[in-house]
Write a protein that binds this ligand. Structure first.
Ligand code: AMP
Length: 284
């Protein structure tokens, strides 16, 4: 049975008795659940006895001109999906329950890792993520927490948060779940027009092609920028406006010639929808 809580104290009370003998997993989400989220619930069930899914559209991670107000909120549908998936507890607090006062005076600054990639165009985003995830960690006190690799930079930032603040929580990254045509599932995909939805899978297709060039070590011969430039040109010609397309180590550091575990990270606008994707690479 799935039980829903809207208040911190009642969730804490319910978890109190479970905590003694059972492992607790947390899956933080903003709701509007799709198969990507549900894959994280499944992963959580493999690592814990009690699975808590939080559903909270967190205002502190949205910039001023972003889609906080219009972000899809579908709590009832989400609950039936979570019941079917066998989640134990759903935590769906109001903004007032989570934040006595906004803006929050307490800041968590994630430093350099949060300033690159998405942080370039969303300067306060990851500090907002760090605040809400810290609060959720303190409320739920899970043994494990599951985050998707879809938001790869977010996952890396959470790992840093856990290390820097000594949270006794194991962080597990779930693989990206995609539509049949390759588009990474995302709640924001529903902003795409029909025509944009047809173009959208090209993002994955092109970064996969680019990944195969890196995997063959071609960047060591022609240089990374030459490889990336071609992909940017193809995507731009198809109608994408590239926010960034970068190659990093899997710890999100600039790459050196000897690095073998790489990742391509991309954010691109298609009309009014910002799409995010990435591809891990092992250089052969
Ligand atoms: P969101 O509701 O968008 O904040 O996402 C909640 C969690 O689900 C985050 O850890 C995301 O990385 C993860 N997630 C979102 N989309 C996918 C996907 N297509 N595959 C796997 N995980 C995902």
């Amino acid at each position: 049975m799935t039980t829903t809580f809207h208040h911190i104290e009642s969730l804490r009370d319910a978890l109190q008795s479970q905590r003694v003998k059972k492992r607790i997993a947390l899956v933080p989400t903003m709701g509007n659940l799709h198969d990507g989220h549900l894959s994280l619930v499944k992963l959580a069930q493999e690592h814990a006895d009690v699975v808590v899914v939080s559903i909270f559209v967190n205002p502190t991670q949205f910039g001023e001109n972003e889609d906080f107000d219009s972000y899809p909120r579908t709590l009832e549908k989400d609950m039936s999906k979570l019941t079917e998936a066998g989640a134990d507890y759903v935590f769906a607090p109001s903004v007032e329950e989570m934040y006595a006062k906004l803006p929050v005076d307490t800041k968590i600054s994630m430093g350099a890792i949060a300033e690159q990639l998405c942080g370039q165009s969303r300067s306060t985003h990851f500090d907002g993520v760090a605040i809400v995830v810290s609060k959720l960690f303190n409320i739920v006190q899970p043994d494990v927490a599951i985050f998707g690799k879809k938001d790869y930079q977010q996952l890396a930032i959470i790992r840093q948060l856990v290390q820097d603040l000594s949270y006794p929580i194991k962080i597990i990254g779930g693989e990206i779940v995609r539509a049949e045509d390759g588009l990474a599932l995302s709640s924001r995909n529903q902003y795409l027009t029909e025509k944009e939805r047809q173009t959208a899978p090209l993002l994955h297709e092109e970064i996969q092609k680019l990944a195969s060039h890196f995997a063959r070590g071609e960047h060591l011969i022609v240089g990374t920028s030459a490889l990336i430039k071609k992909t940017v040109q193809t995507l731009t010609a198809a109608g994408f406006e590239i926010d960034y397309l970068k190659i990093r180590t899997q710890q999100l550091q600039p790459i050196e010639n000897q690095d073998k575990q790489l990742i391509i990270l991309v954010a691109a606008w298609l009309g009014r929808t910002r799409l995010l994707d990435n591809q891990e690479i092992t250089v052969l």
